[in-house]
Structure formats: structure tokens, C-alpha cells
Design a protein around this ligand. Structure first.
Ligand code: ADP
Ligand code: MG
Length: 702
């Protein structure tokens, strides 16, 4: 049979039990047009045919499955019609069965003294329990044919219009009865099917709707999850192959004096092995003639900045300009200062640009940049503006990538109109591996999975309002040792007055314990003027102030090694990754650091789980995994717009292993056959093309 004749492409209205009206509803409610569309809506659970309720326990409105016998059936004459009334018995009692009109033929088939499985909805009226139009099957037949029944998610409208659960089952049955193995062309390369011992598409579709056993369901699940994740990965990697082919990349094959002098004279510590490995990966990228698009992940404090700087120095050695973008003014300035310091004496020109650089200074800077006199431009979003032109941008680095969008990344591409610059994006928000593979799957990824030596674990404790005097005492002891302290208040929305008030009150309260005569407290929040913010920030950085009261503006990147205590107020209001980021502000020096999470006494289950996780571990990746399982992947920062999370059957939280395998095999496949042009990969390619046409987001190159 040719694939044109496949039942899959038939319009759903031609299927027995559907028709024009129901087809309309299926379209409007579920977006279903063809048989294939409906077949790929999988059950969200199964009713086990060996699990029963007892009649004595059933209540009005319950949908139940009972096991018992039919004791009697009698005809009752009504005014205009006849009604059939039966009595059904199980070990716990009796329930009335009702059939209206014309059900005689159905009832005639029922036999006494035989065990039936009954499905239906219970009604209780004046103390009498009954079920109308029950579904009855002899036990033997039921268990042999369908030990598990599919349960599909439904809507009010579907239920009303005769497309409820039983009718959906019947329609799927009708489709499956006509489905032939040839209708489902194998879309995976044949060696996968053998190697992975997965079942055929045909079997998996039958079993996913009507599994013959738990084992069969498992097989079907595995196959369909693998298939989904494999094509998702294949699509991203295929995009990448095509992109690499189209776009040339600048070639930096000189490791010159600047890089070497920095490495030999300026670098005051030994790089960690992870840092060395990542620099090697980047160097390889830069010599390949293909544009680099690399994601650098590394927990807070793992030393990403130095890697970024050394990457930029390679470009400078090859006579190209570079830029480093940070999401906040504070962070950008800090990068500017530390980078200027690190390259002092190497003849590298570093400049700073943000919205606050205005007028003549800005004008001069922009013309310097265009003439090529600036080697490293550090700054904020302001760099993305159209009038910021480079002479020859070779590398663009963005720090804390999750704060930027995809659009911003692409704006950097056009900053060099000849050949796009190499792109390195860094993030300290650890992303669970599965998410990274799906949202940044088309980027090459490097991970710094090792902290510089000598870092002490940050001790994290949970306290509530009633412990406040202990906390104050502890703060005083630490300050006496010469340490500095952050006190952070949630400011979820920078415009929320109430939150700001919180911070003000907190600050005034602290003044009672830490009088101006003996202590200095600085305040930083997002609604201050940039200049004021800088002054206040500076008082903490240079050690004048012992305490900094702040909002989450300090969340990313701020680096004050002498600050060793992080106190987070209303910690229950923060998400896990935010708590982890904040905690990462301490533990940067040699001293033992502490994080104190202060909450109200009564906590929700989830808030409690978050706080417990923080107290238990310092490992950002573990926290990220936990975060995902608490919140679900859709809520993880920065991934909402990606669209790749609309998975049909696989789950990023549960199917990590399948995803790993799928990615691995997709990589291997494209290595052998980058364009999928071999004959034996024809069906894989055509399925990929089909999915790309169906899903607009799949074709987009990020
Ligand atoms: P992050 O990855 O969070 O951006 P940073 O780049 O700010 O981390 O580095 C944190 C601190 O660790 C900085 O003070 C940096 O100088 C220091 N550092 C980085 N690499 C090393 C290393 N290999 N050995 C010792 N200290 C290092
Ligand atoms: Mg950083």
C-alpha cells in the first residue's frame, strides 16, 4: 500500500463514530484534523481493569469500575416509553442499573451468573444508588482484550457533545482496527531499532492507547519518548550543521604576545583544570573557520571571568576588537574595573559604555571604537544600540546570559558586517542538563565544574523571626572579626512600593542594633539613581561600610571577597535559583562564609522544600535539578520563550537518560551524514522535514 493511501492522512470525520459534527468539535477543542493528529494524543493515565471499587463505598458522581453479577432485569412501563431496570451485586452490596428506550437488544445479550466488569457514573437519588447505561463486559473478555483502558484528558465541551471518555476510546479502537504496520513508516535509522531494542512505531501506537500489559506500555512509552526527544535534538543539531556551513567564522590562529604575557606575568593563580579545558575548547573553536556559538556554564565563583578575558585576549592578539556585556550597571562596572586592572601594562585599551555615559564622553568613545582604538568594550545593553559601531568586532561575550533574550544575542551578530563575531555566552544559573540540552541544544556547551582550590563550603542555616536577636549577635561577632555582611530583601518587582518599604523598615531596625556611631550601613536598590547606587556600592566594596542592605540588584556577579555573611530576609519569597545566586555573593574569600535564610514561621510545603534544599547543598547543579522538579521545566528562568518545552510525551524531569541517549545518537548520526542525504536515512530526513513544517519554532535558529 502506498503511503498516500495511509489512514493517517484521512480526515477525522470519515472515521466510524465521528462524522461531520464531532469532527468540528475535535478540531476546535483539540486541534485535531486528521487521524494522525488524534492518534498522537496519548492517554494521560490508564484505568486498570483489575482494580475495582466496592458498591458500599461509591458516592454520587463517582466514575467507577465494579466487578459483580447481574441478579435481575425487569421491564418497567413508563407513561410514554419503557425502561429496563437491573440489579447488580458485588460482595459489598447492590446497585440499580437503568437503561432507557431501545436498549433491549443490548440487555438481551447479558447473561446471569456470569462475572461482569461494569464501568459507569454513579447517581444517588433518595438514598438509592444507580448507574445509567453502564458499560458491561464479561470479565473474561475484558481482561483478555484490554486489561488497561486509556483515559484521555477531556473538556466540558467534548463531554457534552458525545466525545467523552468512552466515545474517545471507541474512536481510537476503530482507528487501530484499520491501522496497518505499513501505515507507520519507521522514522529511525534501522541500526537504532536493533541497538536500542525498541518496538516498532506501529506497536508503540497500539500499546500506548491499549496496552496489553504493563510491559507493553513500558515499551511503547520508551519508544515514543525516545522518538520525540531524538527528533528534537536532531532538529537543533541539524540547524547547527546548516548554520555552520553557511556562516564563515573569523580565524584566530595566533596566540600572541598579549595572551602569553598575561598568562606568564599577570595571572596570579593557577587555572583550575576545568578552566584550562574550557580555554582549550574555545581555542579550538576560534581556529576552525566556523563561527563559535558557545555556552559557558559554571557555578557562581567558578572563575568564568578569567576565561572570558583570556578568550578576548586571543582576539586582540589577532588584531580584532572584543566586547563584554553584563545585564546590570553594577556588574558591568565591576567587570570594567577588574579587567582594566588585570590587563594593566599590556597595552590593551579597555572602555566602558552604559546608558549613563553621555554627551561628549560618549561621542568620543564611539568614534574611538569605530576607528579601532578600543580593544575591549565592557558595558550594558547600551552596547547593542545601532549607533555603537566597531571597526572589527571579533568576539562578543555576554555574562549572565539568562538575563538577555535571544533577540539580543542576534543583535551582537550584526555588529560585524563582514563576518559575524564569535559568541561566548556565560551563565552562572546552573541549568539542569536536560534543559540545557533542549534550550541551548544548538550551542556548543562548556562547563566549569570545579571551584578554585581552597574555597570553604558556605554554611547555610534557616532561622525565623523569633531568632532575630541571635542573628544580630552573630552579625556583631563577624563584624568584630573584620568581615562584611549583606542583608537582602526581596524586591520581586522593582516598582512595588510595599517591598521597598520593607527594605526601609529593615534598614531602620538595623540602625537600632548597629548605631551610626559605631557602624556604617549602606543601602542599594534598583530604583536609586545610578550615580547614588555606585557611591553606596563603593562604600561597601572599599570596606567603609560593614553592612549592605540591598535588594536583588546584587544577585548577579557582584564580587566582594571580604563579605562573608549573606542574610536573606523573607527567604520564602525567593525561588531556588535566586537564593543560590544570592548565596554565591559570599564564599569568595578565604574566610568561612555563612548564609542565613530568615523566614516567617509558617511555610508552605514548597517554600519549606526550597529552604531545606539550600541548607542541604551548595551544588548549583543539584539545586537546579531540584528546582526543576519542584517547579517543572516551564518555569525555569529564561526558558519560557524557547518553545521546545511543549513536549507531547517525554518529560525533562523524568526522562533525562533517554534524552542523553537521544542526543548522543543524534550527534553520531550527523557526524556520519551531516545532511542526512544517504538513502538509508531518507525516512529520518523526511520525518524531520515534516516536523519542521508542522512546528514553526523548530526551524528558527537561535
Ligand atoms: P564567576 O564564575 O562567578 O563569574 P569569577 O570569575 O567572578 O566567578 O571568579 C570568582 C573569583 O575567583 C574571582 O575573584 C577570581 O579572581 C577568582 N578565581 C578565578 N579563577 C581562579 C583560580 N583558578 N584560582 C583561584 N582563584 C580564582
Ligand atoms: Mg561572573
Amino acid at each position: 500500500m502506498s503511503s498516500h493511501g495511509s489512514i493517517l492522512r484521512e480526515k477525522i470525520e470519515f472515521i466510524k463514530g465521528v462524522g461531520l459534527n464531532k469532527a468540528k468539535i475535535l478540531k476546535s477543542e483539540l486541534g485535531v484534523q486528521t487521524v494522525e493528529d488524534l492518534l498522537f494524543i496519548f492517554p494521560f493515565r490508564y484505568a486498570d481493569r483489575s482494580e475495582f471499587q466496592l458498591i458500599k463505598d461509591v458516592q454520587d458522581g463517582d466514575t467507577v469500575q465494579l466487578r459483580g453479577e447481574i441478579i435481575s432485569i425487569t421491564k418497567k412501563k413508563m407513561k410514554r416509553s419503557a425502561r429496563l431496570v437491573g440489579s447488580f451485586k458485588d460482595p459489598s452490596g447492590f446497585i440499580e442499573l437503568n437503561w432507557f428506550q431501545g436498549a433491549q437488544w443490548l440487555v438481551d445479550k447479558l447473561q446471569p451468573n456470569q462475572t461482569y466488569i461494569l464501568n459507569g457514573k454513579v447517581k444517588v437519588y433518595r438514598g438509592v444508588k444507580s448507574i445509567s447505561h453502564p458499560e458491561l463486559e464479561s470479565e473474561q473478555q475484558a481482561i483478555e482484550t484490554d486489561p488497561f483502558l486509556p483515559v484521555y484528558s477531556s473538556t466540558e465541551k467534548l463531554n457534552q457533545k458525545g466525545l467523552g471518555i468512552r466515545s474517545r476510546r471507541r474512536i481510537i479502537k476503530n482507528i487501530l482496527n484499520r491501522l496497518k504496520p505499513a501505515d507507520l513508516i519507521e522514522n529511525l535509522p534501522s541500526h537504532f531499532v536493533e541497538k536500542l531494542e525498541i518496538c516498532s512505531r506501529y506497536d508503540s501506537l497500539r500499546y500506548i492507547h491499549f496496552p496489553a500489559s504493563p510491559g507493553a506500555l513500558n515499551l511503547a512509552n520508551n519508544r515514543l519518548k525516545f522518538e520525540e526527544l531524538f527528533f528534537l535534538q536532531l532538529n537543533m543539531l541539524y540547524n547547527k550543521v546548516q548554520r555552520d556551513k553557511k556562516l564563515k567564522g573569523l580565524i584566530f590562529n595566533t596566540i600572541g604576545t598579549i595572551f602569553n604575557r598575561f598568562y606568564n606575568e599577570k595571572l596570579s593563580f593557577e587555572l583550575t583544570n576545568a578552566q584550562k579545558r574550557v580555554i582549550k575548547e574555545i581555542r579550538y573553536d576560534l581556529g576552525r573557520g566556523v563561527q563559535m556559538n558557545r555556552l559557558l556554564q559554571g557555578d557562581v565563583g567558578s572563575g568564568k571571568t578569567i576565561v572570558a578575558l583570556m578568550t578576548m585576549l586571543i582576539a586582540i592578539d589577532n588584531n580584532y576588537q572584543t566586547t563584554l556585556l553584563a545585564p546590570t550597571q553594577i556588574l558591568a562596572q565591576q567587570h570594567f574595573q577588574s579587567i582594566s586592572e588585570m590587563v594593566k601594562g599590556l597595552g590593551v585599551q579597555v572602555a566602558f559604555l552604559s546608558g549613563s555615559v553621555k554627551g561628549k564622553v560618549r561621542k568620543e568613545l564611539l568614534s574611538f571604537l569605530k576607528e579601532g582604538h578600543i580593544d575591549i568594550l565592557v558595558g550594558t545593553h547600551a552596547i547593542l544600540e545601532d549607533n555603537v559601531e566597531f571597526k572589527n568586532l571579533g568576539i562578543a561575550v555576554t555574562d549572565e546570559q539568562h538575563r538577555f533574550g535571544v533577540v539580543q544575542r542576534s543583535k551582537l551578530w550584526v555588529k560585524n558586517d563582514q563576518i559575524p563575531p564569535h559568541i561566548l555566552v556565560m551563565t552562572a544559573t546552573p541549568i539542569p542538563r536536560t534543559l540545557a540540552m533542549t534550550t541551548y541544544g544548538d550551542l556548543d556547551a562548556s562547563v566549569i565544574d570545579e571551584l578554585p582550590p581552597g574555597r570553604k563550603q558556605i554554611k547555610t542555616v534557616h532561622r525565623n523571626d523569633s531568632h532575630r536577636s541571635f542573628v544580630v549577635k552573630f552579625m556583631k561577632e563577624e563584624i568584630a572579626k573584620g568581615r562584611q555582611i549583606y542583608v537582602v530583601y526581596p524586591l520581586i518587582d522593582e516598582s512595588e512600593k510595599l517591598d521597598l518599604q520593607n527594605l526601609q523598615t529593615g534598614y531602620e531596625e538595623l540602625l537600632n542594633y548597629f548605631p551610626r556611631s559605631d557602624y556604617q550601613i549602606t543601602v542599594v536598590h534598583g530604583r536609586m539613581k545610578p550615580q547614588d547606587k555606585d557611591i553606596e556600592m563603593q562604600r561597601f566594596v572599599n570596606g567603609t561600610a560593614q553592612i549592605m542592605v540591598a535588594t536583588t540588584v546584587i544577585e548577579v556577579g557582584v564580587n566582594v571577597p571580604n563579605a562573608s555573611v549573606m542574610i536573606i530576609e523573607n527567604a520564602e519569597r525567593f525561588g531556588l535559583s535566586q537564593l543560590h545566586q544570592l548565596r554565591g555573593r559570599v564564599g569568595r574569600g578565604a574566610d568561612q562564609s555563612f548564609c542565613i535564610l530568615i523566614t516567617k514561621t509558617q511555610l508552605s510545603k514548597y517554600a519549606k522544600a526550597r529552604i531545606d534544599t539550600m541548607c542541604r547543598t551548595n551544588d548549583g547543579f543539584q539545586i537546579a535539578e531540584e528546582d526543576m522538579s519542584l517547579r517543572g521545566p516551564g518555569d525555569i528562568t529564561g526558558t519560557q520563550q524557547s518553545g521546545v518545552l511543549e513536549l507531547n510525551i517525554a518529560s525533562l524531569t523524568e526522562d533525562g537518560r533517554i534524552l542523553e541517549t537521544a542526543r548522543h545518537l543524534a550527534v553520531a548520526l550527523l557526524q556520519k551524514d551531516p545532511d542526512l542525504s544517504l538513502l538509508k536515512h531518507k525516512s529520518t530526513l523526511s520525518y524531520l522535514v515534516k516536523m519542521r513544517n508542522k512546528n514553526q519554532k523548530w526551524g528558527r535558529i537561535s
